[in-house]
Design a protein around this ligand. Sequence first.
Ligand code: WT7
Length: 658
Amino acid sequence: MSSDGPTIESLAVEDRRFPPPPELAATAIARPELYEEAAADAEAFWLRRATELLDWVTPPAAACDRSRAPFFTWFADGTLNASANCLDRHLAERGDRVAYHWEGEPGDRQTITYRDLHERVCRLAAGLRELGVRRGDRVAIYLGMVPEIVVAMLACARLGAPHTVVFGGFSPESLRDRILDCGCTALITADGGWRAGKEVPLKRNADAALAECPDVRSVVVVRRTGSEIGWVDGRDVWYHELVEGRDADLAPEPVGAEHPLYILYTSGSTGKPKGILHTTGGYLTGVAATHRWVFDAGDDDVYWCAADAGWVTGHSYIVYGPLANGVTSVLYEGAPGTPDRDRWWEICARYGVTILYCAPTAIRTFMKWGTEYPARHDLSSLRLLGSVGEPINPEAWMWYRTHIGGGRCPVMDTWWQTETGHILISPLPGISTLKPGSASRPLPGIAADVVDAAGESVPLGQGGFLVIREPWPGMLRTLYGDDERYVETYWSQHPGMYLAGDGARRDADGDFWLLGRIDDVMNVSGHRLSTIEVESALVDHPAVAEAAVVGRADETTGQAIAAFVTLKGDVTGDEALIQELRGHVATKIGAIARPKSIVLTDDLPKTRSGKIMRRLLRDISENRQLGDVTTLANEDVVSEIAGLASAARASGDEDKAV
Ligand code: WT7
């Protein structure tokens, strides 16, 4: 899709239909009446969900305050604590219920009940308090998928200290930028983490990052791999020593519903990542409600959201949603292909997973690996599947349903964003008739629409901008420290409407089909990256004069990063330099940002005003007929680049998708 606006693509007609299985229609938690109740009065509807699904210290009397729009607040007169809602209130009746079946990549396991989790969270919260962490202080978390990542988030929430989780695959520089942007005073990390049989050197990365973060006074270090690590006396403390002998029943700090729960960084269309700010009461209401409705999880379920806790999917649907609902989850540390390509299916069979939630990129990887891996295991416990992160192509949808879901499990294609906090568009398991590739309808209480450039709803069948017309409880409140960018990014193109940044189309039944991003944001394996971030990392290399980056369609990862680079005059490019540049980007941002292909070229296609023609580069990368080049200042460069690009595509290496 071009940055000029959504193209009015007419998707291939998809006429397969899957009505809900009758037994699910009869028993599902989400009833059709929810839509009617929400349509009658959305604010009253959400207020009822807030008081019904959460425990409040002071219940809220009012839902949404619109007086400072677009700085909306929800349930602002209520007080509560997020960790108490995820833990304490379950203890009396379901303290011995398993919160997480955790499995480390090397094969070690832990069964963690709600009571265990509560105790661990209290001890760490007490330890953090001893280190001086107080309500409102920001704490960075840089961990792999160990139980401590959940404990750390909830311990922060218990103290009213907003956390910012930085995905363990990010580089020292990315970690540093995030810590500095939100002014963290403490960091929780580990010696290392396991991923695809290799150790991720978390502490070494953290030390490098912290060299430029003077405000971080304390570093709590989980022992995971047992590797040798650097140590700064007076700053670093072992997690196991910190929690030793601490209060196993530390009282949660009640906070206002609008108290910040966390900041999570995501890429926008400029180089600087955006600190998405989520608050407590509305967010928790949104994740608890949507988790119940969409995943239908009850007491007999074993639910597995196979995302990383470092992304919003993990925050909302590994930690806060399922725990608020008292559900049993699976938590897995490592890669899907370690030690063999059936690892996920082995886990599903071992714990009797009933609900699986993952990303299309994972599904496409499994498709590529072949059906023999899931076929090795008994997956008959599965009853519901979910997908998130990018449009799921009908082929992958059908494969997922057939080979993982045994042809009987409905697939929930859930659309949402880091900013939205929770799922906004999704089928409901006992209600929706599914169409492979469609995210179905806005959930009850969500006012999604598709509009044209003037902000008018477009007719059914036509493409346009996806907007949300009314505030919702889990929405971001601002971009941390940058109210202006918040207004500019989300609320200025169509005043009064939230601009999601995606193109969408509704079909004749009113079902939504997502068409991809409308800005210069790429989606690689369900992770958002801006073209400019990668360009900046390339230009940072001493050999590079100029760089242009586009996302090109990729069978496995959704989009792959294709870079076009011009070198400084005195540098000669070769394959070794290309590899060095790819590595440089990985070092600057993280391995997920490593370009799949780099084309070295003498010039980049530019308009006469000097603007790089990304649309053209995208066409070249995807081997399409080139569009209009008459506005180009340097037309002859195009054919040269096109030739080079096809060679680069052919040699592009196979990066791991998930
Ligand atoms: C972008 C948000 C939400 C958690 C993971 C990604 C794309 C997300 C879908 C879907 C089509 C989807 C959109 C969105 N996206 N889910 N079901 N169908 N596209 O969070 O990194 O904030 O990215 O992911 O383009 O804007 P994120």
